[in-house]
Every structure is written in C-alpha cells, then in structure tokens.
Design a protein around this ligand. Sequence first.
Ligand SMILES: [Zn+2]
Length: 140
Amino acid sequence: MAKDVVEFITDPRFVRRRHERKTIDAMVRMYCRGHGHERPDGAPTCADCGALREYAMRRLERCVFGDAKPACSNCVVHCYRADMRERVREVMRWSGPRMLLRHPVLAVRHLISERRPAPSLPKRARRDPAKAAAPHGPRD
Ligand SMILES: [Zn+2]
C-alpha cells in the first residue's frame, strides 16, 4: 500500500489522476456524511455511495485520455452510464462548494483543471468512440 503511494507520487504521469482520485473520494464521502446515509461500522461511505465511488475510480483508471485527461465535465467522451452520470453530478453539485472549505487545495486544482480545454480523442479511439470510451460497456 505504502509502496503504491510512493510510485504514484514519483511518477509524474500519474499525478493528475491521483489528484482526481483524491477529489472524487473526498466528494463522495462528504456527500454521504452530509446526507446522513447509514454507514456500516468503520466504512467511509454507505454501500450505495461506495458503489458510486468504485465506479468513478474505474472510469478514471480506464479513461481513454490517460493522463491528458480533461475534467470530466469538459470531456467529449461520455464514458459514464447514464444513471451513474446523474448520481456523480449530484454529488459534485452538492460537494463542490463545500470542497473549497474542507479541501481547498484539491478544490482549486479541480477548478483549474476544468479550465483546461479538452484534448481531442486519441487516434485509435476516434475510429470507434463508443467502444474506446467504455471498453467494458454499460453492462459491467
Ligand atoms: Zn451514502
């Protein structure tokens, strides 16, 4: 575990997504706590929010842009399943303003990344955007 963290930090290619992982993690936890969801002992979130968090992490890991990844809200690829997209947007809407108080560094980084223009699709992905965006399909 500790070893993974060191690798993330020392490999600049992974820095951006590492920040995004932390951001989504903090936002989902905040949302879950703030809504008084019932959490099993010691769990950071309830089961539902935990599933959303896992889903978001998977999409992040499999992002076709890799570390050229734009902010998801800017992205031309819609890799989220419709229901998950709605849920994550709700979390962002609720937690976004609160992030500035609780996690100002992450929040500001996120705001900056939202101003970066989205890159165009990598060549391979452009041929079949649907497949490239969701290699594991809406069924996983
Ligand atoms: Zn919850």
